[in-house]
Design a protein around this ligand. Structure first.
Ligand code: ADP
Ligand code: MG
Length: 250
């Protein structure tokens, strides 16, 4: 579903990604963990073209988003193609990023109507089904300001799903929430995983990583240090930096 090879990214003099590679199969749930500033968000943002890369290659479901030629030039697919490829990925952010002036239902149907050009009448029943799925049917006509953080994040998940993505990217979806609200969001994500959604999840929730992820990837200092099946990863972390990080989380 995703193949990223040798991704490099710098902001000015600071090289934030130093050749990150990761391959992800259909139905896999990969948890990306690592200290703050290690490049986790940047890596996710490069995958769906919210950031451009400086070198490397990204293929999404067999289509090349960007590749670097022998001369070291990084070439993106044509714009239409880039948009088509990136539409297969839904993204959920730490800070929800809902449209404050739109109701919950309007937030969910916005992209299917304006980006995909679907008819409102066709999209509303789907949006209502998604609201049932995330347990928020009663909030259909509420504005985001009236929702708790956990409810906002569940709306954000429903909104991403409304575009019918093949892959979901989550960037610390529970980090901005009060601890008592993380459970409802993690439950929604677990439900998606049970339905075999392909998910790449940056998270500090070690319980979620351990129980839901098929694989855990550890990033540190702009490098992907190791990526292994979750049980192995926690039982026998191979790299000293991984061990030090896991110890610091206890
Ligand atoms: P993480 O998500 O693991 O905490 P990030 O990917 O957000 O890490 O950031 C990695 C590094 O890149 C940090 O040092 C951060 O300050 C820097 N960085 C991220 N985005 C930008 C940006 N737009 N401009 C400059 N530096 C950035
Ligand atoms: Mg981050």
């Amino acid at each position: 579903m995703i193949r990223a090879e040798g991704i490099r990214k710098r902001f000015g003099a600071h090289e934030v990604l130093k050749g990150v590679s990761l391959a992800m199969a259909k139905g896999e749930v990969i948890a990306v963990i690592g200290p703050s500033g290690s490049g986790k968000s940047t890596f996710l943002r490069c995958l769906n073209h919210l950031e451009t890369i400086d070198a490397g290659r990204i293929d999404i479901e067999g289509d090349t988003l960007v590749a670097t030629d022998a001369a070291g030039h990084c070439r993106y697919a044509p714009d239409v193609e880039v948009r088509r490829i990136c539409r297969r990925m839904g993204m959920v952010f730490q800070h929800f990023n809902l449209f404050p002036h739109l109701t919950v239902l309007q937030n969910i149907i916005e992209a299917p109507v304006t980006v995909k050009g679907l008819k409102r009448e066709a999209v509303v029943p789907k949006a209502e089904a998604l609201l049932r799925k995330v347990g928020l049917s009663d909030k259909r006509d509420a504005y985001p300001a009236r929702l708790s953080g956990g409810q906002k994040q569940r709306v954000a998940i429903a909104r991403a799903l409304a575009m019918e993505p093949d892959i979901m990217l989550f960037d610390e979806p529970t980090s901005a929430l009060d601890p008592e609200l993380t459970g409802e969001v993690l439950r929604t994500m677990r439900q998606l995983a049970d339905e075999h959604m392909t998910m790449l999840v940056v998270t500090h929730e070690m319980g979620f990583a351990r129980e839901v992820a098929s694989r855990v990837a550890f990033m540190d200092g702009g490098e992907l240090i190791e990526s292994r099946p979750a049980a192995e990863f926690f039982a026998r972390p191979e790299h000293p930096r991984t061990r030090a990080f896991l110890d610091s989380m206890l």
